[in-house]
Write a protein that binds this ligand. Structure first.
Ligand SMILES: NC(=O)c1ccc[n+]([C@@H]2O[C@H](COP(=O)([O-])OP(=O)(O)OC[C@H]3O[C@@H](n4cnc5c(N)ncnc54)[C@H](O)[C@@H]3O)[C@@H](O)[C@H]2O)c1
Length: 432
């Protein structure tokens, strides 16, 4: 089976590489020729653990190729997987321009029957609409069917999540498409759940929005813990023992970010509103997260009043450890406020600094280690719990900083350890 993947981002590249590793003949397509050139040199354009190793292995083996020549590659594909971005529009809806662009390119070039798999996260009903669009625009007399196959990988563990997927959700209309999808995933030891396309599209949104809701819920409870003098560490421990609740995604912090939760909550909320339904749980999730992302600044302002000419160390830029992705990262919201208020900022992140330099033109200094960022700082903000940051000992804040004041958005430290080392330490939800 010739498999072509449209879009070599976090999802497309990982999917293509993992399918190649399972023995399929895969070509990854991207309009961004720089990405394709990087891949052809055996380098990964994104940071994801173990990805580069598999890129090199499968490229050498000859079952993984890269190209920007979509016209050639789409012609005789058996399966085309669409994995382009679906970012949010200003009104909160999903921008489907990239998906439609690929659909157009497929319709114009396809020369044989093909299954078109939509892996991008798309609003309910999009698979039906794309199938109709492609059929109406086909240049040649071929049969196509669109299959919904949403992706659940998590950045930072994307390769493992794909190789050992908790489930593979497939929304199909025909037995033929079902059989082809079964063949595609034959070597994956994961349950495959077949359903109709709309339900499949909804599984993706409902899953992401549930996880975002869980995060916002525990952040809400953490904030309340501060009001009433309870400790969120003990509260989550006590809750997590209950198997119906579990520990996963029950860690308080300075809000969720990334390329999925923020846009997928807004997109489902938009979809509900369009249908005349008020999705109150998700409305609350979004509102809580908006405040949570700048909760450290709120806390700091109570103590420090303003940041003018203050030397601020920022530890962690990525929206979570294990990735260089900065999309909707809490660090960005906070850096913008701090700069507006006249702070002198020095940032450090072990993986996301190059992207940060390319994507944001902020007037900040860059440190080559976390400890260098801390040197002579008046205050430190922690936004990402990278190991390198977690490994800084409490007394090192005292030794390196001019004034050891730390606002920790990921609850890395035990407040008692920090107190013992005479570091003024503020985290989330641990008492008044
Ligand atoms: N990132 C995640 O953790 C994750 C997880 C699950 C699902 N998703 C969903 O998967 C989709 C892709 O997300 P991503 O994070 O991989 O996006 P991304 O922005 O990292 O990658 C998208 C890629 O598509 C390319 N592209 C755009 N138009 C193209 C075209 N016409 N032909 C070929 N390539 C084209 C872009 O150049 C880019 O490299 C989104 O819908 C997202 O919501 C993402």
């Amino acid at each position: 089976m010739k498999v072509v993947v449209a879009g070599t981002g976090y999802v497309g590249l990982v999917t293509g590489v993992c399918l190649a590793d399972k023995g399929h003949d895969v070509t990854c397509i991207d309009m961004n020729t720089k990405k394709i050139d990087t891949l052809k040199k055996g380098k990964s354009p994104i940071y994801e653990p173990n990805l580069e190793k598999l890129i090199v292995k499968n490229y050498k083996a000859g079952n993984l190729n890269y190209s920007s020549d979509y016209k050639k590659e789409y012609q005789y594909a058996d399966i085309i997987i669409i994995a382009v971005g679906t970012p949010e529009k200003a009104d909160g809806s999903a921008n489907l321009d990239y998906v439609y662009e690929v659909a157009k390119q497929i319709a114009e070039n396809l020369k044989k029957d093909c299954i078109i798999v939509i892996k991008s996260t798309v609003p309910i009903g999009t698979n039906d609409a794309i199938e109709k669009y492609i059929r109406e625009n086909l240049k040649n007399d071929v049969n196509i069917e669109v299959v919904s196959n949403p992706e659940f990988l998590s950045q930072g563990t994307a390769v493992r999540d794909t190789m050992e997927a908790s489930r593979i959700i497939v929304g199909v209309k025909s037995k033929k498409a079902r059989d082809i999808m079964q063949k595609l995933y034959k070597k994956f030891d994961s349950p495959i759940l077949f359903m109709d396309r709309k339900s499949s599209e909804m599984v993706k949104y409902a899953s992401n929005d549930f996880l975002a809701l869980k995060i916002s819920y525990i952040n809400d409870i953490a904030n309340l813990c501060e009001v009433v003098g309870a400790n969120i560490d003990d509260v989550t421990k006590g809750m997590g023992y209950d198997k119906r609740i579990g520990y996963e995604y029950l860690r308080p912090g300075c809000g969720y970010g990334g390329s999925c939760f923020p846009k997928d909550t807004k997109s489902l909320h938009y979809l509900a509103t369009q249908g005349g339904y008020s999705l109150k749980s998700i409305e609350a999730t979004i509102a809580i997260n908006k405040r949570q992302k700048i909760i450290l600044i709120e806390k700091a302002k109570k103590e420090l009043k303003n940041f003018n000419n203050m030397k601020v160390a920022i530890l962690g830029l990525a929206f979570k450890p294990g990735t260089d992705d900065l999309r909707d990262a809490p660090s960005i919201d906070n850096i913008e406020i701090l700069l507006e208020e006249g702070a002198d900022i020095k940032v450090y992140d072990p993986k996301a600094m190059d992207k940060f330099k390319q994507e944001y033109n902020y007037k900040v200094e860059y440190a080559s280690t976390a400890k260098e960022a801390l040197k002579d700082a008046d205050v430190c903000f922690i936004f990402t719990e990278w190991d390198e940051i977690k490994n800084i000992k409490p007394n090192e804040y005292k030794e390196l900083m001019k004034k050891p004041i730390v606002y920790d958005g990921r609850n890395i430290y035990n407040p008692n350890d920090m107190k013992r080392c005479r570091v003024k330490y503020y985290s989330i939800g641990r008492g008044k």
